[in-house]
Ligand binder design. Structure first.
Ligand code: FAD
Length: 197
């Protein structure tokens, strides 16, 4: 199986696939392989990149860098539809600040499962749209975090918190926002709240 995306979620996919008994696991990262050690003298605004190897990677995985997927192949009559059988890649490099394909580096991989872990965009819009909840410019539920009126959306009695409100984030933020939103709802319903903020 192949994981497209070299971030934390991709790493989780690698670990989970191994634990489910995948025969082989390959992970693609579009960016070049970072150095084993960060460049310590590097200063802001540059970010000292360093190759990160997670415990999931250590469980077993081939990591390919500077690689982009061009096409999927399937067992359908047209070779594209049906159940996935593989994909075609090409190597890429930075030229004038842009990632460009390197001619002649196309390669075919066999795969019966491909997981896409290329980043989050925003929450699925259908629930927000069904409620008529206004979105922020990033497509998240628009709601503030003020002490008064926090977590309220534009729709009466609809509150939003966590990833749905702030976008992809961390569990600590989900816990904080969940607690604060609970207090905001309590205040809305009871006029006051003794819940912690
Ligand atoms: C692969 C991956 C790895 C991550 N690793 C980390 C990590 O190591 N550390 C960290 O801090 N954070 C991590 N995160 C981020 C973290 O998981 C989120 O920030 C956090 O879970 C957000 O919590 P939440 O309650 O806002 O949303 P969620 O945890 O996404 O909860 C939303 C819930 O709503 C449910 N739901 C959706 N639609 C409906 C519906 N119509 N009706 C009812 N229920 C519905 C969903 O099933 C889900 O249970 C990771 C995220 C991903 C995807």
């Amino acid at each position: 199986m192949i994981v497209i995306g070299g971030g934390d979620t991709g790493s989780d996919c690698v670990g989970t696939s191994n634990r489910h008994g995948a025969a082989s696991v390959t992970q693609f990262e579009v960016m070049p392989q970072p150095p084993a050690e960060e460049n310590r003298p590097m200063t802001w605004p540059y970010w000292p990149l360093k190759l990160r190897t997670s415990s999931s990677h250590e469980e077993g995985c081939t990591r390919e860098f500077a690689i982009s997927t061009k096409a999927f192949t399937g067992d359908g009559k047209d070779g594209k539809s049906g159940k996935i059988t593989g994909l075609t890649t090409v190597n890429v490099e930075f030229k004038d600040g842009k990632l460009v394909e390197i001619a002649g580096t196309e390669k075919n991989y066999k795969a019966d499962l491909v997981l896409l872990a290329m980043g989050f965009v925003n929450p699925v819009g259908t629930v927000l749209e069904a409620f008529g909840v206004e979105k922020d410019p990033r497509g998240n539920a628009k709601a503030g975090t003020d002490v008064v009126g926090g977590y309220k959306t534009n729709v009466a009695k609809v509150f939003a918190a966590g990833d749905m409100r702030r976008g992809q984030s961390l569990v600590v933020w989900a816990i904080r926002e969940g607690r604060q939103a609970a207090r905001a709802v309590d205040e809305f319903l009871s006029g006051a709240s003794t819940l912690p903020r």
